[in-house]
Design a protein around this ligand. Structure first.
Ligand code: IFG
Length: 530
């Protein structure tokens, strides 16, 4: 579906609404977007190309079988089984998973197959073809089959059996890194809540979960060599609640759960600032040898590791070593933001050594963009969290890092920070970067957002959810949805597809699905929700 046709569809809805109002006076309800958009035109994120064939579709029902193979079975079979799990709930159908070798791979049903020749589909792309005999999902790699399965979910009814309309989708992502971050340090959240978030974000093809594990208010991951970090430093949180922490097994469980959904986990140990929980846990980490109290407020920038103390580097080596061993993904995030209590020269010297530790443990550094003012190590990724008001010199430092080969992840706080209030009526959240309504969160282009940071230097986008003011699942979902869907689309869809008038209609058609899944999303007034 080309962007122009999608915009045309939006104009049609507008025209229909106007004509409808004109015909019945101003009390008539304009037609729902789903009444005007075909299922292929509602897909979110918008695919590279999606076309209804106009012919008969596939009757998805009690006889439907999910066929994996032929070809290297195991991983494809796991994708098939997960897709079956995702579809059985809403549909109530049995959906057995059959290995292509057993039956004729071309029998009726939903067929998943890898095609080694389809290199143009890359690591995550897919083709989805629907005819009366069934749905065929083709990909070059298993992740593509999973991504295509999420598209198929949107072509099926939200509940029960029904017809997948005939048609074709060919799709590949624009950016490789499409992330969501959750801060479990300010308020502790159990792994199960984060797994739920993985299910929700994987549905929209997000492929990275960045977990902010430590901060001034809490240390949330067990470290065997420094047990008080979690036991003591984790037993508190903003507002003085009990806090908590994840055991290594719980972290491993989350990593495996996310990996099955082709979501990589990027753990963050913030340093040299945002470390009060660590300093409170071990007096020896403090330059004056005195451990501060645990902190339950929401100020930032007041803490720093003791850069001149060798013990500090043994500490980060132990911590990052244990974390690297738990993390199959390529990235370790070392924070680096708001080190207001660390002199600039000390900060640069510290980040030199911290980056060397990450490399020693075989991982690639990600850090907040303040690293650009120091000496980013070869291959280090810089995560930009500035706003329209950020000083040009600060943006220029990011551009310089980009030009020197450092990939940039874009998380502009005045677009992508999910803890920003929608407007002054929003109960939870902060507003230091201004209000961020749904339209503003969507209406920017990662390929041109930062001057002198070309699309080729943009690794992708990420939407952080900081939890100073978020303590419940309801508040988490109110702030994250629907804005996370817009960031998912900015990360996946072709820039030509990005237009608010068309997007708002596609977003509107997601509400039955979000509601069916119990997601407590914000019914933003600027969206004509179903
Ligand atoms: N900035 C801080 C976060 C958090 C945030 C809340 C970054 C990188 C403000 N650092 O964002 O710790 O306090 O919106």
């Amino acid at each position: 579906m080309r962007a122009t046709r999608r915009t045309l569809a939006a104009l049609l809805v507008l025209a229909a609404a106007v004509s409808c109002t004109a015909a019945h006076g101003d009390d008539a309800e304009p037609p729902h977007a789903s009444a005007v958009l075909t299922p292929y035109e509602r897909l979110l994120p918008a695919p590279v190309s999606a076309r209804a064939s106009g012919g008969a579709g596939y009757a998805f029902g009690p006889g439907t079988v999910i066929r994996t193979g032929p070809g290297p079975g195991e991983e494809v079979r796991r994708v098939g089984e997960l897709l079956a799990e995702q579809l059985r709930g809403p549909s109530g159908l049995p959906l057995p998973v059959v290995d292509g070798e057993e039956g004729s791979g071309d029998g009726d049903g939903i067929r998943l197959r890898l095609d080694a020749r389809a290199r143009e589909l890359g690591a995550e792309g897919y083709r989805l073809r629907t005819t009366p005999s069934g749905v065929t999902l083709t990909a070059h790699a298993p992740a593509g089959l999973f991504r295509g399965g999420q598209t198929l979910r949107q072509l099926l009814p939200v509940r029960g059996a029904g017809e997948v309309p005939g048609g074709d989708v060919t799709d590949t992502p624009r950016f490789a890194y499409r992330g969501a971050m959750v801060d479990i340090a300010r308020h502790h959240f159990p792994v199960d809540q984060v797994k739920r978030y993985v299910d929700q974000l994987a549905q929209y093809k997000i492929n990275t979960l960045h977990v902010h594990l430590t901060d001034d208010q809490g240390w949330r991951i067990a470290v065997d060599s420094w047990p008080r970090l979690a036991a003591y430093g984790g037993a508190s949180e903003v507002g003085g609640g009990p806090g908590g922490h994840w055991t290594k097994d719980e972290y491993r469980d989350l990593v495996a759960y996310a990996a099955r959904r082709y979501v990589d986990v990027v753990p963050e140990i913030d340093m040299p600032g945002h470390v009060n929980a660590a300093l409170a846990s071990y007096a020896e980490l403090n330059c004056d040898g005195k451990a501060p109290e645990r902190y339950t407020g929401i100020k930032v920038g007041f803490s720093s590791l003791c850069v001149g103390e060798e013990r500090t580097y043994e500490f980060i080596d132990d911590v990052l070593g244990e974390l690297a061993a738990l993390t199959p993904g390529r990235y370790l995030h070392i924070g680096g933001d708001e080190a207001h209590s660390t002199p600039a020269a000390d900060y640069a010297a510290f980040m030199d050594r911290a980056q060397a530790v990450v490399a020693k443990h075989g991982k690639t550094v990600v850090a907040w963009h303040q690293l650009a003012n120091a000496r980013p190590a070869p291959g280090a990724v810089v995560q930009y969290w500035g706003t329209d008001k950020t000083a040009a010199a600060e943006k220029a430092a990011v551009a310089t890092a980009a030009r020197s080969g450092h990939p940039v992840i874009l998380s502009p706080a005045d677009r992508a920070y999910l803890d920003m209030k929608y407007d002054k009526a929003t109960k939870p959240g902060l507003a230091w970067a201004g209000y961020v309504p749904v339209q503003r969160s969507y209406s920017w282009n990662p390929g041109t957002h930062l001057p002198d940071v070309p699309e080729s230097a943009v690794l992708g986008v990420e939407a952080p959810l900081w939890t100073e003011t978020i303590a419940t699942r309801a508040d988490w979902e109110l702030m994250a949805f629907p804005r996370l869907l817009g960031i998912a689309e900015l990360g996946w869809s072709p820039s030509a597809s990005l237009a608010w008038p068309a997007y708002r209609l596609r977003l509107a058609t997601q509400s039955p699905r979000l509601t069916a899944q119990g997601t407590a999303y914000y019914r933003a007034p600027e969206v004509p929700w179903e």
